[in-house]
Design a protein around this ligand. Sequence first.
Ligand code: AMP
Ligand code: MG
Length: 316
Amino acid sequence: MAGIDQVEMAAGFLRKGGLIAFPTETVYGLGADARNEAAVAQVFAVKGRPAHNPLIVHVSSVAMARECAAEWGADCEALAEAFWPGPLTLVVKRNESIPSIVCAGGDTVAIRMPDHPTALALIERFGGPIVGPSANRSGQVSPTTAAHVFEQFGGEVIVLAADACERGIESTVVDMTCEKAAVLRRGVIGAEQIAQVVGRAVDDLGDQIAAGQAASPGLQERHYAPSTPARLVDDVTELGGEWVLLAYSRLDAGVRGIAMPTEPDAYARRLYAALREADAMGAKEILIERPPQEGATEGASAIWRAIHDRLARATR
Ligand code: AMP
Ligand code: MG
């Protein structure tokens, strides 16, 4: 993790309304004081993020989460107990300590506690919640290393550097404000695992949202996309042309591309870096060999579903 003096300096910078990119277990975030409207506005500006796409508030304790929420029920308590710190974001009613801009003008706020020592130390030192959208320009591939952030923002943003992100894709977002909890964005924690903790069925709206049949702020856009056009394929043997391949498991001799891992957690960890590397190869197209839909366990299947969600958005 980053040295304590670096964390202290970064926290001081946040206090002055500055922006700090920081590591989490999912992707690198672009941090700012969640209660400082001007700082949050700067996050939207630097990312080029549309104002209708709300930000996730990052906390270092459940007590801090409760302070951001107007309502924090037993289900939220149980989910935080089971999965925090970790890649699960809870959408709850917002209280007035969180400015409207954070939540894109809505009356709910998305909250999570990241599972990363540097992120937790930063929030603790700062002493309050920070927003932390992925530290990339809106629509582009999320950063999973400090170098990715630097490539994108150069000297514009200070980066608290640590190792590559362990999970590699964004958190699961679950709406806790409706009668039945509902997964809005898929992540490594699946609806099934959430249902087990709350003791009742949980909707997975992933497919409906992707198809535009259900609304979720910010999830309609093309996302996670390399600048080279990308396409999912089942078979590359017949295809000619100037492409690079994100191969599932095996890259045949003479084929230009990257062999992806076969296990879903390793695939997720590698995905965004691989998309960036493929982008840099300068081909006309990136072909992505479709990975499996299902894994050996329910947990593995949930990760594949989250990966397919990101692949669909990257190739839209
Ligand atoms: P990112 O910051 O790139 O990880 O994206 C955060 C995503 O979380 C947004 O694009 C929304 O899809 C979701 N989100 C954040 N706040 C809310 C909210 N209040 N209600 C529903 N979804 C939210
Ligand atoms: Mg993002």
